[in-house]
Design a protein around this ligand. Sequence first.
Ligand code: ZN
Length: 198
Amino acid sequence: MDIYGKEITKLIDELAALPGIGRKSAQRIAFHLISAPEERVRALADAMVSAKKHVHYCRECYNLTDEELCPICSNPSRNHRVIMVVENTRDLAAYEKTGRYDGVYHVLHGAISPMLGIGPGDIKLKELMKRLEGDVDEVIIATNSSLEGETTAMYIAKLVKPTGIRVTRIASGVPVGGDLENIDEVTLLRALEGRMEL
Ligand code: ZN
């Protein structure tokens, strides 16, 4: 039943289509926007359109950025010889929040999943191997502990080992199937410090 008219319903539908926003929250946001000053709403809309237009992958690590290199890759005080491999930018953000990792990252944008038909060619693996032609001391595999994450970790270990570069895997203790972004910082640090040779 349409009780608000089609403009509000359209807005609620669009908001409810966003991840993590249910119908109720969508309604609350819609009413908030309608009662907010027009310049606030315009600033939000502009930020969305502008980010969509200017944000792309970092040339080096495939993090999201609006520069050629993301702030982590262009930071000379980070250790560029240690690369932590994560499935997505949210996992990268989770490790950055700990403030204790000073290496760089490589974002795969997915994990190998034969069931979903996602193969090694569908994630940023070739790009990782290309980076390993440079000076790299260690690859830390921090994919999730889900079946896909483990499959991906094993696959990467097999590729990297012949290069002679040290390959490690973050310790378990990270709940099975758990998204890294939902895990507290202490657990993440423990997983990083307890990483094991593969
Ligand atoms: Zn980067």
